[in-house]
Design a protein around this ligand. Structure first.
Ligand SMILES: Cc1cc2nc3c(=O)[nH]c(=O)nc-3n(C[C@H](O)[C@H](O)[C@H](O)COP(=O)(O)OP(=O)(O)OC[C@H]3O[C@@H](n4cnc5c(N)ncnc54)[C@H](O)[C@@H]3O)c2cc1C
Length: 377
């Protein structure tokens, strides 16, 4: 089976890899460089703190997959595998207001119903995980102690290198401009004038996917919107914080990477970003710095070294869109709409996607995510 995968983020890379493992002849196309999209601009946290039980389960399995993949890629001597820069990282979810505390309480029930270990923590206990925290700023806190962190780029690069070892063709600076039916096959045209003919196309182009979908008549209209996100990195310090902090409502995360710098991100600034703009924003710096200093006053003295902008593909029900097109069934497959949890869930979900595309099976874990709900408007 010939499959073209569009998008060199973590979803496209892992799907391409798992497809080659299942014997497919894969071509992976990326419009810029691998990890150019939200993957390369994310925090790197793998957490069971998800709002749907299937996503919780996917996150728990994804953490296992990341560890297995690292081992497997090291055995295959894929250089990037040595650079996963991973560590255990208990995730500490914090509510800073009474209203958010109630919401957090409800979310924590979903985490445990999805199978995650969840601990309730009083503000003093939280300081064991987050040494600089001001307990006064915390109204409620829950911890998922078995969570993880890893740099998303090496995972993506290693998966692509492994796919190549399995025979995949991979191209960067190859922007897909058109997808159309061609007799029994599907043709993918790119900005460089090339044409790729395949039996199926997997669209894993993140926030750019709806535009490509309209070529085969699937209109996602307002169901998916690109939202602005931002990240900042500080000067490096001694590695003192394994944990990752999440603040409810602001989609804010804060952690120390194993490269020792602190990273703060707001995965969704709540603003549309139709042009998929990746320039930095003063509004983001203000918001991220305010939350950081309120939670950890000592951070006031820390220098920010770099700031970046990004986009996430936010869906109306905050679930991903996974499955065959309605208009080009068995030829165009969607794998996008991963909101702010694509790293946490894709190492597992990409494997199910590869099974559906290559073997024609339907996996029950994907049933809540089908495109029909997003196209029926
Ligand atoms: C600031 C920030 C922090 C985040 N933190 C976390 C976190 O800690 N944990 C977590 O689980 N998730 C996090 N996320 C979300 C996570 O990054 C995404 O859900 C995930 O990376 C989505 O991966 P993807 O492969 O679907 O999309 P992307 O990484 O966006 O990849 C899509 C790719 O498609 C390419 N493309 C687009 N159009 C075309 C075309 N026409 N032709 C060819 N290629 C094309 C793009 O260039 C891009 O490389 C964060 C996101 C942001 C922005």
């Amino acid at each position: 089976m010939r499959v073209v995968v569009v998008g060199g983020g973590i979803v496209g890379a892992l799907t391409a890899y798992y497809l080659t493992e299942r014997g497919a002849k894969v071509t992976l196309l990326e419009k810029r460089y691998f990890t150019y999209g939200s993957t390369g601009r994310s925090t790197g946290s793998f957490t069971a703190q998800q709002h749907h039980p299937v996503l919780v389960r996917a996150a728990l399995r994804s953490i296992e997959r990341v560890k297995e993949l690292k081992k497997r890629f090291i055995e295959q001597r894929i250089p990037f595998a040595y650079r996963f820069m991973d560590d255990e990282s208990p995730h500490v979810a914090i509510a800073m207001s009474d209203g958010d505390a109630e919401r957090l309480e409800k979310e924590a029930l979903i985490w445990s119903s999805g199978g995650a270990e969840v601990l309730r923590a009083d503000p003093e206990k939280v300081t064991e995980y987050v040494p600089f925290l001001d307990p006064e700023a915390v109204r409620a806190a829950f911890i998922t102690p078995k969570d993880y962190k890893a740099m998303p780029q090496p995972i993506t690069w290693a998966s692509i290198a492994a796919a190549r070892l399995n025979g995949a063709e991979t191209r960067t600076y190859e922007e897909v401009t058109k997808i159309e039916r061609e007799d029994d096959a599907i043709a993918v045209r790119t900005s460089s004038g090339r044409k790729y003919v395949a039996d199926a196309v997997v669209l894993a182009a993140g926030a750019a996917t709806p535009k490509l979908a309209s070529g085969v008549g699937d209109k996602f209209n307002d169901f998916v919107k690109p939202h602005y996100a931002g990240g900042l990195v500080t000067e490096p310090f001694r590695y003192v914080m394994k944990a990752t902090v999440r603040v409810m409502r602001f989609s804010y995360r804060f952690t120390q990477t194993v490269r020792r710098e602190f990273v703060a991100t707001i995965d969704d600034m709540g603003e549309e970003n139709q042009s998929l703009d990746v320039s930095d924003s003063l509004k983001f710096i203000e918001k991220a710095s305010t939350i950081t200093v309120k939670l950890m006053p000592v951070m006031r003295a820390v220098n920010i070294l770099r700031v970046w902008g990004a986009y996430v593909d936010v869906t109306a029900d905050r679930l991903p869109i996974i499955g065959w097109s309605l208009n080009a069934e068995d030829a165009v497959y969607y794998a996008f709409g991963f909101n702010d949890y694509g790293l946490s869930t894709s190492p597992y979900l990409a494997e199910l996607i590869a099974d559906e595309v290559s073997k024609g099976v339907r996996h029950p874990d994907l049933e809540s995510f089908r495109p029909a709900r997003a196209l029926k408007q």
